[in-house]
Structures are given as C-alpha cells and as structure tokens.
Design a binder for this molecule. Structure first.
Ligand SMILES: Cc1cc2nc3c(=O)[nH]c(=O)nc-3n(C[C@H](O)[C@H](O)[C@H](O)COP(=O)(O)OP(=O)(O)OC[C@H]3O[C@@H](n4cnc5c(N)ncnc54)[C@H](O)[C@@H]3O)c2cc1C
Length: 399
C-alpha cells in the first residue's frame, strides 16, 4: 500500500470507482465533488464485457444486471433499409452481451459502496488548482481551506481545467457535434434486446437503447433516446427547432419510434450532451494522475467512456503499492496500448456517425455493412465494441 492518503477530484464513474477500488486496498481516500448534492442522473450507458468484469470485481454486477437490460445486438440501417451495422456480442463470445444501464442507476450503486467503505466524501467542494512538491500535493478548493494529500487523482471530466496544471503535453478539443437524449418508459412490446440506430448519411442519427430501471423500486423499464445534432443546432434548439418539429424529424427518419415519442411531452425532458476529444502524451505527472474522461474524453459513438473509466479504476488499484509517483508511472504504462487504440478508433470512426461528411459515411456503409458479413471484419468490429482491443491488428486487454 502506498504511503498516506490520496485526493480524488470528481465523483463521476471514474472518481467514484477509483475511490472504491483504492479504499478496498486500504488506501485512505478523500473524494472532492463540486456539486453540492449529487443526484443519480445521466444518459443511458452501454457497459461492455470489460466494464462488467470490473463491476463483478467490486461485487456489483448482479445488482447492475437486475437494474439494467442485456443488449445482445447492435443494429443500424438507413431509411432505404440498407444495413449499416449488424453486430452480435455472441460472435465475440457465446456468453457475452452489453449491459444497457441508466447512469443514475450505476452512480447510485457506486455511491452506496463508497459510503459502505467509509470514503470521506466532500460535496460542494470545487477544486480550483493544485501545487505539488517532493512530499505531497496541496489542493486549492473554492470557499474552503486548502487540503494537503500525498497524491492527487483528477477525475473531473472532459472539460477539466485542472488537467492544464499537469506538466504533460495535452489537448482537449470540443467535439463539433453533440446530442439531445432522454430516457422514456418503454411502451408495451417495444424491443428490449438490441441497440437500434437509424442514419441518414452521418448528418442525422437516432439511437434507441434499452436501459432498464432507474432504481430497484422503479416499476418501469426505460429506453434511452439519442438524437445527434451539430453544436450550431444544439445551442438554443428549443427556440429554433422546438420540440414538435424535432419529434417530427425523429419520426420521419425512424417511424417505429412513434409509440415511444408519446412519452416525450416537454422539451425539458431532453438533456443536452457535449463532449470533447482529450489527448495526453501520458497520464501522470509526479504525484498527480488523470483518469476517466479528464484523461481520454472521446465521443460516445464507440460506447466506451464509462467502460474506460471503470477499467482505469481497476488497473490503478492493481498498481497501488509503493510510492505514488511510481504507482502512477506504472499505471500510465499499463494503460497505454488500450487507451491509445480507443483514442485513435474514436477519432477515425466518429465522423462516420456524426458529421456532414460524404465519404466517411459511404465508407461506413461499405465497411460495416458489406464488410461486416466477413467473419474477420465482424470479429474485429465486435472486439472493438467489447472494449478489449489494444492494437489495430492484434493485442487483447487482460483484466
Ligand atoms: C449522451 C452520452 C452517451 C454516452 N453513452 C455511453 C455508453 O453507451 N457507454 C459508455 O461507456 N460511455 C458512454 N458515455 C460516456 C460516459 O458517460 C462518460 O465517459 C463517463 O461518464 C465519464 O465519467 P467521468 O467520471 O470520467 O467524468 P464525469 O462523468 O464527467 O464526472 C466528472 C465529475 O467531476 C465533477 N467535477 C467537475 N469539475 C470539478 C471540480 N473542479 N471540482 C470537483 N468536482 C468537479 C463533476 O461534477 C462530475 O461529477 C456517454 C456520454 C454521453 C454524454
């Protein structure tokens, strides 16, 4: 076990999971979260077999399976019926599946485990900056005394400004597209086993994913609705487009969504999502480490962000022995191939799904639609989705 305690900034998936895994190993943890009263909210997530392994190691997988919904297949097509994506987890492994889960349900489980482990959790504590020296790190907090810790883990999301305090080459570029999303009650008979997408080129995209219950007492199982929008249209969409026109656009692109849309009555039900591509030459700087979206934010098209955050937490705890700079350096080395592969894959593949490009979606239709019928290409595509790849040609993550 490393000397003295660690501060973690951000109680999202990455920060909460890292706090749990380190506390399980006996590391004293202080978790600082800017929001005064965090509530279990957020978009529906598809957790891959790798992320599920981490939940199993925390003893939370059975509960997650009861709350969420098994997703066996991803299917996407165009209005003319041309299949663009058709991937089945079973072809990756006979017992593999994705787990559609509401972020709120996942956070509820993680936060409960934090409390059970006695992690000191400081809410309404926004970190503003830090200084490190040979013995530790001083964390500056808004409206509070500075806090001194042996090490600092930054897990405060893609738009972190704290990351800039790390002496590491880096960039965080806002992605030119975002989305509106909501979770709606599944109408009777609505398909509950596949993630369904419909594309018009790459400029229009609707995604539907079963995500189960918000909490154990919830009687309804939900469907996550995702509608892609360029940032210029996302800003002020209520005034410019309005809910009725947006619903009309959704139903025109994908008429089967109509029964679900009866549950969408108010524009406040739709939440906006913006994301950023974050790149760092390494993820550690002495006694400071970046994890989760803060370290490697990417678009949600590959369904990997929360998954990666869970893996980061798990791999960090595996290295948590000895002095902190050594722990963080070993962690960076251990995560390198996996994070590099998914960073590159996200950069190359996202324009095929969210852009005004012409060539990229054309290639997508040929590669995933036609090429996807070839066993090798299907295998590589589903292994990428499952979150296990560490290189374009070979290399598998061992958890
Ligand atoms: C629409 C959408 C769909 C997605 N779908 C999927 C999917 O299917 N599968 C998947 O794996 N991932 C998906 N993701 C990505 C996933 O949600 C993120 O990758 C994941 O939640 C990142 O977790 P995080 O803990 O790194 O960051 P965040 O969840 O952003 O958490 C950061 C935390 O830090 C806190 N914070 C920020 N600044 C400070 C500060 N200065 N001081 C203290 N606290 C601070 C914030 O309040 C927040 O609680 C999706 C994302 C979106 C937007």
């Amino acid at each position: 076990m490393p000397e003295a305690g660690v501060a973690i900034v951000g109680a999202g998936v990455a920060g909460a999971a890292a706090a749990i895994r380190l506390a399980e190993r006996g590391v004293p943890v202080d978790l600082y979260e800017a929001v005064p009263e965090p509530r279990p909210i957020g978009a529906g997530l598809l957790l891959q077999p790798t992320g599920q392994r981490v939940l199993a190691a925390m003893g939370l997988l059975d509960e997650a399976l009861a709350l969420g919904t098994r997703v066996d297949r991803l299917f996407g097509d165009t209005p003319s019926g041309r299949a663009v994506l058709d991937m089945s987890y079973r072809r990756f492994h006979p017992e593999a599946y994705g787990l559609g889960i509401q972020r709120g349900a996942l956070m509820g489980m993680l936060w409960r485990r934090l409390r059970e482990l006695g992690v000191r959790w400081h809410c309404g504590a926004a970190a503003q900056g830090f200084e490190q020296d040979a013995d530790g790190v001083t964390l500056r907090l808004a409206h509070r005394e500075p806090a001194r810790h042996a090490a600092l883990i930054l897990a405060n999301g893609s738009f972190s400004r704290l990351r800039e305090g790390m002496r590491v080459a880096q960039h965080g570029r806002p992605f030119p597209w975002g989305a509106v999303w909501t979770v709606l009650p599944a109408p009777p008979g609505f398909p509950q086993i596949e993630l369904r997408q419909r594309f018009r080129s790459a400029s229009q995209m609707i995604g539907l994913m079963p995500v189960g219950k918000a909490h154990a007492e919830d009687a309804e199982r939900g469907i996550n609705l995702f509608w892609s929008l360029p940032l210029a249209e996302l800003d002020g969409w209520q005034e410019r487009t309005g809910l009725d026109r947006l619903k009309q656009q959704m139903a025109t692109l994908f008429p089967e969504v109509s029964p679900l849309l009866t549950g969408l009555r108010d524009s406040t039900q739709l939440r906006e999502a913006r994301y950023a591509d974050v790149w760092m030459s390494r993820w550690h700087d002495g006694r400071v480490l970046a994890i989760g979206d803060c370290a490697h934010g990417m678009s949600p098209q590959l369904g990997q962000g929360a998954n990666m955050a869970l893996i980061d937490a798990h791999e960090l705890a595996c290295e948590a022995a000895g002095d902190w700079p050594g722990v963080f350096e070993r962690y960076s080395r251990r995560r390198r191939a996996h994070l590099r592969f998914y960073g590159q894959a996200s950069k190359r593949l996202t324009p095929m799904f969210q852009s005004h490009a012409v060539v990229a979606p054309w290639l997508r239709d040929r590669f995933f639609g036609w090429g996807g019928r070839l066993p090798y290409i299907h295998q590589q595509s589903i292994a990428t989705l499952a979150g296990v790849k560490t290189g374009w040609l070979w290399g598998r993550l061992k958890l």
